[in-house]
Write a protein that binds this ligand. Structure first.
Ligand code: NOJ
Ligand code: MG
Length: 637
């Protein structure tokens, strides 16, 4: 029998973060509090049976996102691309790749999203193009020093005959960041910079033609009805003048490895002028369009500089994503995030999964703070799937109670884990090859998602083909196994999103709650009490609260509900006004509950159980970030 630890008294701190209405933002734009659902087009739904998801497939399935209760979608790239990096290598920013459909399909998708009341954000990739982009093709056939070459970062090599790269910069995907070209006369020529794959040459943003072209691309999609942009590698566009040498391994997520120094190609001050000009472009359009930065920077303070009032609107909070499942870390990153973003008046964002990281249902299946490889393979230690899902559900419920904007990644609402046993020969991420088969990369989180348990490819497409194989057990996570099933992960997400909207949590406030042990994260968001138990011992809830949503059922021994280990609860006191709840110094009297019934392991194992698999699919590290928060001053204010 477990013993419930009961705090003698619970009291709140003064609010750390005011609600939007308290801050005088009564007509705040939608994105300040939105839940944004990321669609990875290759893996969402396939309409034509070629095994690759496409735009008509998304349009057909979009009602799922609306029913779930999200406010908006973000679409990863669907533009013309040789797909060297799954579409993040764009050959034409104004057309749709045939594998995904046509421009008319994109229009139909945007129209359908708007009919369903969803906003639609598209991806923009300004740091690099594809090597098949007409600009780069022209650069290759043009002479050194030509205007065509000046759009990219071509340099002469060093050493005898120029056969060594211009400097020691390394590609995020492994190996050198420079590639030598052959000149038109057949002689070995200059080198070009590619911070990512060799097929992704970096643009030179000091060349006036580059910003002009991207302003035009923004307008192209704004004119078609896009509600905003997610900006790929927003921290990378400007390189330090002279391209000073820098010789350390680094990753997209951590930035510098082995050193605290930042590489001369990330987070340079010059990027901010670009975003001020983008702000102005977007401001020409009605309807609160949004600009979101993907910027892996070393601190929340640096991140806040991207969301100054005259720049971008939001930035992904990767510090939150990288936080280990430990109460102290979670409290600290929430505090630091809110303080950093509040210092510039921007909303904080929250995110746990995306197409570049190990899905959180799997990350949390390893001991907290584990240094995981970049991609998990069959010979790596395997996660505890049941624990991972239990913690993932608790983590999601905690995240969705936080004020600000939350990002969900397709399939997390089904409790999908990472594919951690994918055969290496089917891997597609360039990381695997470029790292010399030392880093498996991101394919494990990109597996086509299951809709119908008994259909071929789990209903991903009309036939059995999937561009990456679906793992054993995938049918158990299928949407049709979860809709209407009490306690399923899908129903948990749906209920949470409904209550988040009804209770105004996204636009709400946050005040930390005292009284629990250190391993409990507890706070009040207006009239909602949130208790996440990251400790081992169950804890009691205050006597007079009404449970609204919990990540697993709460045992109740007759004196009141208790919160077991790795469970999050939202609760309300209907007889208390919002302000009373947030500021009262003795808001709750705790209940003492002596024992707990058995843990609800069977409850979650329903989705971890194996039955039949979908039709065959033949073709187919985390570190704790630095969290220094210092007063942020926006350059222009
Ligand atoms: C970040 C994207 O999310 C990732 O998928 C891509 O590989 C790199 N940027 C390069 O575009
Ligand atoms: Mg297809």
């Amino acid at each position: 029998m477990a013993t419930v630890t009961t705090p003698p008294e619970l009291s709140t701190h003064p609010p750390l973060h005011p609600s939007d209405s308290e801050a005088g933002r009564r007509d705040a734009p939608w994105w300040r509090s939105a839940v944004i659902y990321q669609i990875y087009p290759r893996s969402f739904a396939d309409s034509d049976g070629d095994g690759v998801g496409d735009l008509p497939g998304i349009t057909r399935r979009l009602d799922h996102v609306a029913r779930l209760g999200a406010d908006a979608i973000w679409l990863s790239p669907f533009y013309s691309s040789p797909q060297a990096d799954a579409g993040y290598d764009v050959a034409d920013y104004r057309t749709v790749d045939p594998v995904f459909g046509t421009l008319q399909d994109a229009d139909a998708l945007l129209t359908r999203a708007h009919e369903l009341g969803l906003r639609a954000i598209v991806d923009i990739v300004p740091n690099h193009t594809s090597d098949q982009h007409p600009w780069f093709v022209e650069a290759l056939t043009s002479a050194p020093g030509s205007a065509a070459r000046a759009r990219y970062l071509f340099r002469d090599g060093t050493g005898p005959g120029g056969d060594q790269p211009p400097n020691h910069w390394r590609s995020v995907f492994g190996g050198p960041a420079w590639q030598r070209v052959t000149e038109a006369d057949g002689s070995p020529g200059q080198w070009y910079l590619h911070l990512f794959d060799v097929h992704q040459p970096d643009l030179d943003w000091t060349n006036p033609g580059v910003p002009a072209e991207f302003a035009s691309i923004l307008r192209f999609w704004l004119d078609r009805g896009a509600d905003g942009f997610r900006i790929d590698v927003a921290n990378g566009l400007v390189k330090a003048p002279g391209l000073p040498d820098w010789d350390h391994e680094q990753g997209m997520m951590q930035g510098a490895v082995e050193t605290d120094e930042q590489p001369p190609y990330w987070d340079q001050d010059g990027v901010h002028a670009i975003y001020r000009s983008w702000h102005d472009v977007v401001a020409e359009y009605p309807g609160d369009r949004v600009l979101v930065a993907e910027a892996w920077v070393p601190s929340l303070d640096r991140l806040a500089r991207y969301v100054c009032p005259d720049e971008l609107d939001q930035a992904f909070n990767f510090s939150y994503l990288l936080s280990p499942w430990r109460a102290k870390d979670v409290r600290e990153v929430i505090t630091d995030s809110l303080q950093a973003m509040d210092s510039v008046g921007a909303p904080t964002t929250w995110v746990l999964s995306n197409h570049d990281v190990i899905r959180h249902a799997t990350r949390f299946g390893y001991p907290a703070g584990s240094d995981l490889p970049k991609g998990i393979g069959v010979d790596d230690p395997q996660p505890d799937a049941v624990l991972g899902l239990r913690r993932a559900r608790a983590a999601t419920l905690l995240m969705l109670a936080l004020p600000g904007s939350a990002y969900l990644y397709q399939g997390e609402e089904l409790g999908l884990p990472e594919h951690t046993t994918m055969p290496d020969e089917v891997r597609q991420d360039p990381t695997w090859v470029r790292s010399g088969h030392t880093q498996r990369g991101r394919d494990g989180c990109r597996v086509p998602i299951p809709w119908e348990a008994d259909a071929p490819s789990c209903g991903f497409g009309p036939g059995p083909l999937t561009w990456l194989p679906q793992p054993q057990g995938w049918p158990d996570y299928a949407l049709d196994r979860q809709v209407g099933v009490p306690g399923s992960t899908y129903e948990l997400y749906r209920a949470a999103l409904e209550q988040r909207a009804a209770r105004g949590l996204g636009a709400g406030s946050l005040a930390w709650l005292d009284g629990y042990d250190d391993d409990v994260v507890a706070f009040v968001n207006d009239r909602t009490l949130v208790v996440a138990n990251l400790g081992e011992m169950p804890v009691a809830l205050p006597a007079d609260v009404r449970v609204i949503v919990s990540s697993l059922p709460l045992p109740d021994d007759g004196t009141g509900p208790v919160v077991p280990s790795d469970v999050t609860v939202w609760a309300a006191r209907p007889d208390h006004s919002p302000r009373q709840m947030a500021t009262s110094s003795t808001a709750f009297a705790a209940t003492r509950t002596p024992s707990l019934p058995a843990r609800f392991t069977s409850y979650i194992s329903a989705s971890a159980r194996r039955t039949t698999d979908c039709g065959s699919s033949p073709r187919a590290a985390t570190t704790t970030p630095m969290l220094t928060v210092m007063p942020t001053r926006c350059p222009s204010t």
